[in-house]
Ligand binder design. Structure first.
Ligand SMILES: Cc1cc2nc3c(=O)[nH]c(=O)nc-3n(C[C@H](O)[C@H](O)[C@H](O)COP(=O)(O)O)c2cc1C
Length: 415
């Protein structure tokens, strides 16, 4: 696939530059030739010697080099390549690209090129979310610059969120897609390449999994929710382009790539994480939030001391769906709740729609015979202001796709 392809790889000054070394190795394993431009910032993170050794070529870093200009000048560098890849693409370099600056070899080669350009952004979450960076990314996308990632996760700076450079394999996949001729404008880090991204520019919030309500330091009240449905919905939203935050209770599931995941335990923590994620265009409350918690959490492990079992006084937990429904200006544009019922499914869900101020309720039968809790399939009844839609039994992935397509249609209809 990459045999004889010529990649001009621009390595800028981001902490993720170390991952680029692995990318060079993988590209060359697949038969591509790699020529590197190293920015001044980039040279603080990887050495020209490492890049030269891995690429098997000399490294270019000086715009005003008489010898380089005579042998392989800045125009030839971009002319000679089939594809320009910027990894890591720093906030600084993206800003320069968007503005059209050409004040060093990297920016000059980028400006002098008419070849496809793929960027792999890498930066702190606040830098990524800054309005200046968002505007630069949009400008570059409008000019046809392709992008892979960034993903979400723990950052080298100790923070958590979106901004991690895509992994070498993901960048490799995006490069191969360019040469196959089917590169999406944006390959979400870790997500499936999606051509049709109707939720691009929308912000989504999903809750998933159970909550754990502490009784004492070692015991808690929980439920059988696996988180499979909520996680699938978060993935489906991100696949259609939404910037998605997943607030997850304790589950055995891996964090979906390309999504900001906030891990919580209790209903109170889940509510706080949701409120902190507002405003959003759409919120899907798929978590099985415990209705009650103990009135008081014992500070020490409760002892079996012969005095009989303790009486646990329970109090009601905050209602997350209803609180979001009453969030005034911050109310999600489209608010969707799940109703897990074991009897009178639709009847109870209709009451819930009304009481909680939600726009849609997805009612599902979670009685043990259905295997819904923990299983891979679901039977949904979607209730909105117009009535009830009965969906056939389908996998939780299919439920997620169908729901997210309906969400996208809703935004189109309202636009
Ligand atoms: C330790 C350290 C880590 C940095 N990591 C990043 C990063 O991951 N992403 C980024 O955009 N800038 C990062 N910066 C800031 C850039 O290095 C700085 O903006 C530099 O001017 C970028 O130059 P360049 O884009 O020409 O390579 C970091 C700076 C330091 C000191």
């Amino acid at each position: 696939m990459l045999s004889n392809k010529r990649i001009l790889l621009i390595v800028a000054g981001g902490i993720a530059a170390y991952k680029t070394l692995e990318l060079i190795r993988r590209l060359r394993e697949r038969g591509a030739s790699v020529r590197c431009i190293l920015t001044r910032g980039g040279a603080q993170f990887v050495t020209p010697l490492s890049l030269a050794a891995l690429s098997g070529d000399r490294v270019y870093d000086d715009l005003f080099s008489l010898t380089d200009e005579a042998a392989m000048g800045h125009i030839e560098l971009s002319r000679d390549a089939d594809l320009l890849v910027v990894a890591p693409a720093t906030a600084d370099l993206l800003a320069k690209m968007a503005t059209g600056l050409a004040d060093d070899l990297a920016t000059t080669a980028l400006l002098a090129s008419d070849k496809p350009v793929l960027v792999a952004p890498s930066m702190n979450v606040r830098m990524w979310e800054h309005a200046a960076t968002r505007a630069n990314i949009e400008t570059l996308a409008a000019r046809g610059v392709l992008r892979v990632g960034p993903g979400a996760g723990d950052m080298a700076c100790g923070e958590f969120g979106e901004g991690r450079m895509a992994e070498p394999d993901e960048i490799l996949g995006a490069i191969e897609a360019v040469f196959r001729g089917d590169a999406p404008a944006v390959t979400p880090s870790g997500g499936a390449p999606a051509r049709n991204r109707p939720l691009e520019g929308r912000k989504a919030l999903v809750t998933s999994g159970p909550t754990h309500e502490a009784i004492d330091p070692v015991r808690y009240i929980a439920n059988r929710s696996s988180g499979k449905q909520g996680h699938a919905i978060a993935r489906a939203l991100a696949d259609l382009g939404a910037r998605t935050t997943l607030v997850s209770g304790p589950t055995a599931l891996a964090d979906p790539a390309g999504i900001s995941v906030i891990h919580v335990e209790s209903a109170a923590e889940m509510l706080a994480a949701c409120q902190q994620s507002l405003p959003v265009d759409v919120a899907v409350c798929a978590a099985a939030v415990s209705d009650w918690r103990t009135a008081e959490e014992a500070g020490q492990k409760m002892k079996k001391d012969g005095g009989g079992p303790p009486a646990l006084a329970l109090i009601e937990n905050p209602d997350i769906l209803r609180t979001l429904g009453e969030a005034g200006n911050l109310r999600p544009g489209l608010l969707i709740g799940f109703a897990a019922e074991t009897e009178k499914i639709v009847e109870h869900a209709k009451v819930k729609l009304e009481r909680k101020g939600a726009d849609w309720i997805l009612a599902n039968d979670v009685s043990p015979a259905t295997g819904t809790f923990g299983g891979d399939a679901n039977v949904i009844h979607l209730i909105d202001g117009d009535g009830v839609e009965d969906w056939p039994r389908m996998s939780k992935e299919e439920v997620a796709r169908r729901l997210v397509e309906r969400i996208a249609e809703n935004f189109v209809a309202k636009a």
